[in-house]
Design a protein around this ligand. Structure first.
Ligand code: SF4
Length: 357
């Protein structure tokens, strides 16, 4: 019996995990990645340390990438799915290489691991992103941390006081994003801890509605940030940001514990921007005829009992393509989708053999 041929779309944590497990199980795997490297959004946007253990992101990603590179997976970088058609004998897929050349393949099953995008904070104009250089979002600040270059973009000085504002582009009916981004609290607190670890002289403040640090993150990140790193928390929402006469940012907020308005100067503000479906996720779903759920992510067939099945038989899904998720959860889903895709391909092969007898 020939080995099943399986397509994995996306080379982030979920896609890498799926591709490696499939190759280990003897499948012929093609991994299509639009960027010129493997590692997904954490690599592309130069994430720094990963919560809860404050491990450098490359310590998490590099082994995943190495395993795939050494396992016989055919990796197609700078490539995208150009056309997609399912029929009785499999999925007919054209892959476009950067430069325009097309390659045709037929696969027995497919895994969509097409990832997420950070929400664009320009849409919350009251926070001054794109207007005040010292207002940053997650991806800007992660890069700054990973390059160990913590300076105010406005004047190059080391900041004395930094604030984080949670739930930007999440849990916000005004911008049409109703859901919780799941990662914003832990990433903000992790960033504040990282700042305090490297620069104990910088004061850090997190503005929150409520704190959602699930499971082990509660003690490893939330409580630890206060007890070991003296990160300060302010329950309240920043309504707007202005620039003071001294060039610092002034956060106009309401402290909902003290029940009074506050005006506090900061040198930098980091917006905890939420997660939304990536362009690649939406485009692949359209090509493959996958249904999207109400927030724009790929809809699992049954989110409670069949989370890696999609609404199209033979196509499976893993990672943040179905919604906000942490790296370990994406890796687990990649493995789960690999098993389902392999089973589907093997059942299909058995059925085809029986038909030809
Ligand atoms: S994880 Fe935290 S920052 Fe993100 S939406 Fe939920 S409560 Fe807000």
């Amino acid at each position: 019996m020939s080995s099943p041929r399986i397509l994995v779309v996306g080379g982030g944590p979920a896609g890498l995990s799926a591709a490696w497990d499939l190759a280990e199980a003897g499948a012929n795997v093609v991994l299509v990645e639009e960027e010129g490297f493997l590692g997904g959004t954490p690599k592309k946007l130069h994430y720094s340390l990963i919560a809860p253990d404050l491990k450098p992101v490359q310590e998490v990603l590099d082994p995943l990438v190495r395993r795939v590179e050494q396992s016989g997976v055919e990796v197609m970088l700078n490539s995208e799915v150009a056309s997609f058609k399912g029929s009785g004998d499999g999925f007919h897929v054209e892959v476009r290489r950067k430069g325009g050349s097309l390659e045709s393949h037929v696969f027995d099953s497919v895994i969509a691991a097409t990832g997420f995008a950070h929400w664009d904070p320009h849409k919350k104009y009251e926070y001054g992103y794109g207007v005040y250089p010292d207002v940053l979002d997650f991806k800007d600040f992660e890069r700054m941390l990973s390059e160990d270059n913590l300076r105010r973009p406005s004047n190059g000085e080391t900041p004395k006081r930094i604030a984080w504002l949670l739930c930007v582009g999440s849990r916000d009916k005004q911008v049409g994003k109703f859901y919780c981004c799941r990662m914003g609290c832990v990433v903000s607190i992790k960033q504040a801890m990282e700042v305090r670890q490297k620069h104990p002289e910088i004061d850090t403040y997190v503005y929150y509605m409520d704190i959602r640090t699930y499971g082990f993150w509660e003690d490893k990140v939330y409580w630890r940030s206060m007890e070991e790193f003296n990160v300060k928390f302010v329950r309240g929402r920043i309504g707007s940001i202005n620039r003071g006469e001294d060039g610092r940012l002034v956060a106009m907020a309401e402290d909902t514990i003290l029940q009074r308005p506050t005006e506090v100067p900061f040198d930098m503000l980091v917006l905890a921007t939420g997660m939304e479906a990536s362009r690649g996720t939406v485009e692949f779903a359209k090509l493959a005829g996958l249904e999207l759920e109400e927030h724009g992510f790929i809809k699992p067939l049954q989110s409670d009992s069949l989370p890696v099945h999609t609404t199209v038989e033979g196509i499976f899904v893993a990672g943040t393509a179905t919604g906000p998720k942490a790296i370990p959860d994406s890796v687990s889903e990649g493995s789960a989708a690999a098993m389902k895709a392999l089973n589907f391909a093997r059942r299909k092969a058995v059925a085809e053999r029986q038909q030809t007898r």
